[in-house]
Design a protein around this ligand. Structure first.
Ligand code: GP9
Ligand code: MN
Length: 682
């Protein structure tokens, strides 16, 4: 204790006696670099997580800037500017990449995602149209300022004057020690929860909020490199956790009303690109956006509280979680980085029952590495772009239109059926993909408000006319509804053509929305608060005003899940909170399949459930919990929420994410299966 006090006194004395003015006069370029870098990282938080006044990330950012910056004093004058400029460019790039990434994914960039980003270059147009904003270039002021200051100083012969009187080593050590002290001060304020999240690195939004962007990115770099070492060294511990988890899991088979109801039937899975429940709920001028899907939901089993659990692998993550009942990783996309692992999948379970397993997608087979990924999921055959006739005329957005795709797929499926018998087939849709700008090709569907009014003319005659208020016309969400309407009508055509080929007679259709459409918040505000008289948004004071806060936005990202068959009407709505992770066990029960490693549940056995999102947020029937801010919203007014319940659910959420990540990273199903089977047999 005495020692600490002494050191503290020494530091205080140093700061008291420090010649601030002289320091400022002899370190102009360095100070410009420090202050401007700090402003840029604050600006980034201003554009993203919005906690610009928080002291903690400012301290952490400052520490990193000083630590990296201090090495400038090891260089002679001429090289100093080059060094600081290189650092500036790196720091600026970190800010630009992260602001872009945040606009698209509502999260921060990771080195481990480089492979993923490269694999989705095909959506380049979507990025340019939806993501790039002028504000992203604002960060460039920083290196520009550094160049300008450098030239001004050079002109005044500043460098030669300063160098005469300086002690480089002292300056280097002084700056380094200051950096270390600021960092130490910062780390004294870090809580246990924050440390644990830093080490796990899932909740990237939380990390930037608390640790600032530079520390986040450094940690991310170390973690991404570390992943390679981790697979070597963390195995034993992960394997033990895995065994403990599955040994204590309740493995007794629960049967219910739905057990085996679809045994031996064909399964047609439809991967509904970007389809949200929001679209199902909208009507414009008396016309539903998705009449076909709504009809299927009404006749079949409709899971109306269903959420996608994707991470940066979006479509491929939805496919992965649907197939395996595991969560996607947050450091990359499973399809790209971890496709070569052994997973237990619904496709493999069907195969064990002599089903032919098939996938169909009109896009390039390399997209999301599907050529490899689908094979490892257990599909016998993947029909990709080169199995289709794709022309300029039959294309929409990213490629072949859903209508053309379905038409050609039905023929391919029919051939497969005639040759190989019962099947499980997945049809991955494409047209309803952001940026929803191919409006001319979606067909007629207006998203305005039309009203018939009667007017008296000068001659006293009464005439009727139709007036139109623009409402959602011209907005991204409006275009999305038009696109969703197209996708829905394609679904209708598919049902008809399957029926014509006799493929519906012994089949079940499962339709899921793969993830939300990433629509801008301002469009939700307009959807809910449109004032047609003024063609503007209602006032916030208006008692009808609907606030689109974080929770409302997240809840609106809900996607549909419908199970439908031509010959049986269920008219059943399942309202229990449910995630994609629960589909595989639910479907398995209906088809009499027997999964072992699923992390989700057969929803038909549950009254309540916890839907865990890959970033640590979770949802039950009663609450949506935001792990980033440790805040929650009560969804059921009758529910009594206790702290224990929240803590307990947080533990469940962490455990699921951890076990899932470990299975993927360490290939645990492959390596542990035999051991686990052995211990079960004992
Ligand atoms: C691409 C399609 C879209 O083939 O599945 O992927 P997404 O951008 O939604 O992840
Ligand atoms: Mn998708």
């Amino acid at each position: 204790m005495k020692k600490i006090k002494k050191t503290f006194k020494k530091i205080m004395k140093f700061f008291k006696e420090f010649q601030y003015k002289e320091y400022a006069n002899t370190n102009k370029l360095f100070l410009t670099f420090v202050i401007s870098s700090l402003l840029n990282s604050t600006l980034l938080r201003f554009f993203t997580v919005k906690n610009y006044f928080a002291i903690k990330p400012i301290l952490a950012d400052l520490a990193i800037i000083l630590l990296f910056g201090s090495f400038v004093y090891l260089f002679k004058n001429k090289k100093r500017f080059t060094y600081l400029l290189i650092l500036s460019v790196i720091f600026t790039l970190v800010c630009i990449v992260n602001t872009l990434y945040y606009t698209y994914y509502m999260s921060f960039a990771s080195f481990s995602l480089i492979a993923v980003s490269l694999s989705v270059v095909d959506v380049g147009d979507a990025v340019v149209e939806n993501v790039l904003e002028y504000k992203d270039f604002l960060f460039l002021w920083q290196p520009i300022l550094l160049i300008v200051v450098h030239h001004l100083l050079k002109r005044k012969d500043y460098y030669n004057r300063v160098q005469m009187s300086e002690n480089r080593k002292k300056k280097f050590l002084g700056t380094l020690v200051t950096g270390i002290s600021v960092y130490a001060l910062f780390f004294m304020t870090v809580t246990a929860l924050e440390y644990s999240r830093l080490s796990k690195q899932w909740n990237r939004e939380f990390l930037v909020t608390k640790f600032g962007v530079y520390t986040y990115q450094m940690n991310d770099l170390i973690k991404s490199l570390d992943a390679k070492f981790n697979t070597l060294f963390g195995y034993d511990n992960a394997a033990k956790q895995f065994r403990d988890y599955y040994n204590t899991k309740d493995n007794t088979k629960k049967t219910n009303k739905y057990t085996g109801i679809f045994k031996n039937k064909n399964l047609i899975v439809i991967h509904g690109e970007s389809m949200q429940v929001l679209a199902m709920q909208q009507q414009f001028n008396g016309k539903e956006v998705t009449p076909v899907l709504n009809k299927m939901a009404k006749e079949g089993i409709y899971f109306s509280n269903f959420y996608s659990q994707v991470s940066s692998g979006t479509s491929s993550d939805a496919e992965f979680t649907f197939s395996t009942s595991l969560l996607p990783v947050t450091n990359g996309a499973v399809a790209v980085s971890y496709w070569n692992r052994e997973y237990e999948s619904v496709q493999k379970l069907f195969k064990e029952k002599d089903y032919n397993t098939l996938s169909f997608h009109g896009n390039n087979g390399d997209f999301w590495n599907r050529n490899n990924f689908h094979n490892s999921l257990g599909y016998n055959k993947f029909y990709s772009k080169n199995s289709y006739k794709v022309t300029e005329e039959n294309s929409i957005g990213l490629g072949i239109s859903d209508k053309a795709f379905f038409k050609q797929s039905t023929k391919l499926l029919k051939k497969e059926y005639d040759k190989n018998g019962k099947f499980m087939a997945t049809l991955i849709m494409l047209s309803n993909h952001t940026p929803f700008s191919d409006v001319d090709k979606y067909g007629e569907f207006s998203v305005d408000i039309k009203e018939d009014i009667k007017e008296t003319t000068e001659t006293g005659e009464t005439v009727s006319k139709t007036v139109s208020y623009p409402y959602m016309e011209g907005t991204t969400m409006g275009n999305y509804f038009k696109s969703a309407h197209y996708a829905d009508s394609a679904l209708g055509e598919l049902i008809t053509s399957l029926d014509e080929e006799g493929l519906l007679d012994n089949s079940v259709i499962l339709y899921y929305g793969d993830h939300d459409a990433r629509l801008p918040k301002k469009d939700y505000v307009r959807l809910y608060n449109y004032n047609k008289e003024t063609d503007s948004i209602k006032d916030k004071d208006n008692e009808e005003y609907v606030d689109v806060d974080f929770f409302k936005y997240e809840l609106d990202r809900k996607v549909p899940l419908v199970i439908w068959s031509k010959d049986k009407t269920f008219e059943k709505e399942v309202k229990t909170a449910m995630g994609m992770i629960d589909v595989m066990p639910t479907v398995s029960n209906m088809f009499s399949l027997d999964p072992k490693y699923n992390l989700g549940n057969d929803i038909m056995n549950l009254k309540d459930n916890i839907v865990v999102f890959p970033n640590g947020n979770w949802l039950s029937n009663d609450i949506y919990y935001n792990s980033n801010k440790n805040e929650y919203k009560v969804l059921n007014n009758n529910a009594v929420i206790s702290k224990e319940e929240i803590d307990n659910n947080n533990k469940i959420a962490s455990k699921k994410i951890e076990i899932s990540n470990d299975i993927i990273l360490y290939d645990l199903i492959k390596t542990e299966k035999d051991k686990l089977n052995k211990s079960e047999g004992e």
